[in-house]
Ligand binder design. Structure first.
Ligand SMILES: Cc1cc2nc3c(=O)[nH]c(=O)nc-3n(C[C@H](O)[C@H](O)[C@H](O)COP(=O)(O)O)c2cc1C
Length: 366
């Protein structure tokens, strides 16, 4: 049996201590200003979760370059004008006892011209259902420029006082588009086998490491399996490689942490497979469909160092502190808009949550 989820512990390979094993996973909430600066509402929603006892608080996905913005109200970390409000957030999270991470990303083919004023870019030319137009393949120079943008963004986050960053390599955005064999059909050094397709991520990690101090946490979020052409076998191989690239923790985005891999006859959960394959020393965060205290403990018992949650923390700002009661079983959706507002969401965020099936009483039901 693993430690209780409420136990204080240290991130492997560092002297950085975390008050428990909970992570507020990155959540887009559409509350940032047009130029990517944080709004009062976005700061206060995150601070409520830091007050609510989370070990790590992660921000929403934030674009590292103006060409990478995927939706309105998205947080940005591409310019120095973002720093003062980032500082307010980082200071507030720290004073509430949590560690802070900014999730940094680029939307790639999912960053529409209507938001960026530019044709979307990716590893290769692609057209995906639901996107406005075909993207074009990045040139070598443009790839190097984006690698620098990730590094500069991380440097800005450290300057603002954050404990680290989470590089968003999951969910089909630019890094995932490079990793995927369907979306990356390049024949130069940035494509081909896993080593080639992961070169962009490797260079991003190296640039971030070069521009930040040793103490700065570098986490990477991946989708263990994804339709862009990411397979479980390659994700495991990549994660082993990342151990040698200076990554502190790998965050596996499972969507359902109780299930095994798709289409494979393996009775183990994805978390268990990662722990078995990566060995005891790897730092692993696992997230997906955790709701009550026993769910959270299950994910830790399956071998994760930390358990991430998203939806339950929207509705229950003090979720992490309440885990002290091992029988804690918070109410489930749908929630009334009034309840969500009482938990620190703005009207804009509540409207966004109406689009998540079954979450808000007057939102989308199917
Ligand atoms: C409103 C909302 C916004 C999200 N935005 C992001 C995001 O910006 N970056 C990301 O990596 N995942 C994002 N996710 C996925 C969550 O981090 C999480 O992996 C997923 O919701 C499964 O966890 P849960 O079952 O606890 O909600 C989002 C999820 C929700 C509900």
């Amino acid at each position: 049996m693993a430690d209780p989820v409420t136990t204080q512990w240290s991130i492997p390979g560092t002297s950085i201590s975390v008050r428990n094993r909970t992570v507020l996973a990155a959540m887009t909430n559409k509350q940032s200003h047009e130029d990517g600066t944080l709004s009062d509402e976005e700061i206060s929603w995150l601070l409520r979760r830091a007050e609510g006892g989370f070990g790590i608080v992660t921000t929403a996905a934030s674009h590292v370059h103006p060409s990478g913005k995927s939706w309105e109200g998205e947080m940005g970390v591409w310019g120095d004008h973002h720093v003062p409000r980032l500082e307010e957030l980082a200071t507030g999270i720290r004073s509430n006892g949590a560690l802070s991470l900014v999730q940094i990303f680029h939307g790639g083919l999912r960053a529409p011209r209507s938001l960026t004023g530019m044709q979307p870019v990716s590893a290769s030319k692609n057209l995906e259902n639901g996107v406005e137009e075909e993207c074009r393949a990045l040139s070598e120079d443009e790839i190097l420029e984006l690698v620098s943008s990730f590094g500069e963004a991380a440097e800005r986050c450290e300057r603002a006082g954050f404990d680290g960053i989470e590089i968003h390599g999951a969910h089909g955005y630019l890094i995932c588009q490079f990793l995927g064999s369907r979306t990356n059909r390049r024949v130069d050094r940035w494509g081909g086998d896993l080593e080639g397709r992961s070169l962009f991520l490797r260079e991003v990690i190296s640039e971030v490491r070069n521009r930040t101090s040793e103490r700065f946490l570098v986490c990477v979020r991946i989708s263990p399996e994804h339709e862009v052409g990411v397979t479980l076998a390659e994700s495991l191989e990549l994660s082993k490689m990342m151990g040698g690239w200076g990554v502190d923790m790998i965050h596996i985005s499972c969507w359902d942490a109780f299930k095994g891999p798709r289409g494979e006859d393996d009775p183990r959960t994805i978390t268990r497979i990662f722990r078995d394959e990566l060995g005891a020393d790897a730092g692993i965060i696992s997230t997906g469909s955790v709701w009550d205290a026993s769910d959270a403990q299950f994910v830790i018992d399956e071998g994760a160092d930390m358990v991430g949650v998203a939806r339950v923390a929207i509705a229950h700002s003090e979720w992490a502190s309440k885990l002290n009661d091992a029988g804690y079983s918070p109410e489930r959706p749908p929630f009334t808009p009034e309840h969500l507002i009482s938990q620190g969401l703005s009207q804009v965020f509540v409207d966004y949550m109406r689009r998540w099936q079954g979450f808000v009483t007057d939102g989308r039901s199917e």
